[in-house]
Design a protein around this ligand. Structure first.
Ligand code: SF4
Length: 376
């Protein structure tokens, strides 16, 4: 174990590292500038438990209803040897295939070890990458993939299907949110695209390690969703090249986590000091100080994707960052809402680097007063 790994282990404390999945890795990219999240995730800290201990338990999680709906829809799409899925793939990938083979990689001869299941996926997918032009195509269900995150290998829970046909792999992601009149919720599509990009990166890495061209994994993924309010499934191809770039940049940043660690207190830890029953005993004030030791970059987007968001929102109260990316970009070096208000009404004089923002603020205030009919 090197010094970075030891340091991350100390930061995590006595609990085992939290497992990542495509959803948590995708969430990493939503706020790539946040050192707090980068370090806590690289160390595998249970952010939900830490936030709860300091009184800011996140009130969300995937609802049981959504989980049940996703399972039912996935089972429907995969029924009868993935017959419905194959129908859609023929259309979106223009496949001249009457049928394809199907192999479930979830079962490694009854061995549930992640290492063994990953080894099985390596063997099978590596062999598939060597297939020739006259291959009939195979759907691989539940391949257990792996990615290095912050110096640790993270197994990705296998909720995807990969189609290999004539030397090209296509990632297929099944989601239960609806496409209504050809339109789906943009945020949900973006999240699904990022999760698919995680699988593309992981599958490319696996094949590259085995000496294959990583380019044989397509950067256009297939998203399968229910159509309108029925159970009828519809498939769409999504280009995830932009997501791949963002993801690679963030994984690279986490590889350089030692640079982020260098500026922190060497004794920093999020250890909850659990008692014999697993209940945390660490004083909340001490834990708060540990959290605040790592700089954060809160924005309203955090609320939907990070377990620390209620803590960070409270901490960022009064800062212009808390108002969102577009406001904080517009206001540049004006970090506090009080300062912005004072610059707007002329009770504060701007520093040279705040001149531009001050002009925008004064104009905005004047327009507001004109709209409201008040004297300027
Ligand atoms: S909620 Fe806090 S820790 Fe999480 S990404 Fe946002 S600022 Fe960073």
């Amino acid at each position: 174990m090197n010094s970075t790994e030891q340091r991350l282990e100390q930061i995590r404390g006595s609990l085992p590292p939290l497992a990542h999945n495509a959803r948590t890795l995708a969430a990493l990219t939503t706020n790539p500038g946040c050192a707090r999240r980068a370090i806590m995730d690289a160390a595998g800290v249970d952010k939900r438990a830490v936030a709860a201990r300091v009184g800011f338990a996140p009130p969300y999680g995937q609802s049981p209803f959504a989980i049940t709906r996703t399972r039912a829809f996935t089972a429907q799409v995969k029924a009868n040897g993935c017959a419905e899925l194959l129908r859609m793939l023929r259309e979106v990938l223009d496949l001249p295939l009457p049928e394809v083979a199907y192999q479930d990689l979830d079962d490694a001869g009854g061995n549930e070890s992640q290492e063994v299941r990953h080894a099985l996926a390596r063997t099978v997918l590596g062999a598939a990458a060597r297939r020739t032009e006259d291959d009939f195509g195979t759907l691989f269900d539940h391949p257990l993939l792996r990615l290095p995150v912050g110096g640790r290998h993270v197994f990705l829970e296998p909720d995807l299907i990969a189609l290999q046909y004539r030397g090209t792999f296509h990632i297929i992601e099944i989601k239960s949110f609806a496409v209504i009149d050809g339109q789906a919720d943009g945020g949900k599509v973006a999240a699904a695209a990022m999760q698919s990009a995680v699988y593309v990166v992981a599958l490319r890495r696996l094949l590259e390690d085995l000496g294959h061209d990583p380019g044989c994994v397509s950067d256009r993924v297939v998203l399968v969703c229910p159509e309108n309010f029925s159970n009828h499934a519809v498939a769409t191809r999504i280009d995830v090249r932009r997501q791949l770039t963002v993801l690679r940049r963030q994984l690279d940043r986490m590889r350089r986590v030692d640079e982020l660690l260098a500026s922190l207190d060497p004794g920093l830890t999020f250890d909850l000091a659990p008692d014999r029953d697993g209940r945390p005993t660490r004083p909340a004030g001490e834990l708060c100080a540990a959290i605040e030791d790592i700089p954060a970059r809160y924005s309203p987007d955090c609320l939907s994707m990070c377990e620390m968001s209620y803590f960070c929102r409270q901490e960022a109260r009064g800062s212009t960052h808390a108002l969102g990316k577009s406001v904080s970009e517009e206001l540049g070096s004006v970090d506090w809402i009080d300062t912005a208000l004072a610059l707007a009404d002329g009770t504060a004089w701007p520093a040279p680097e705040q001149e531009e923002a001050a002009t925008v603020l004064r104009t905005a205030l004047r327009m507001r007063e004109e709209c409201l009919g008040a004297p300027a």
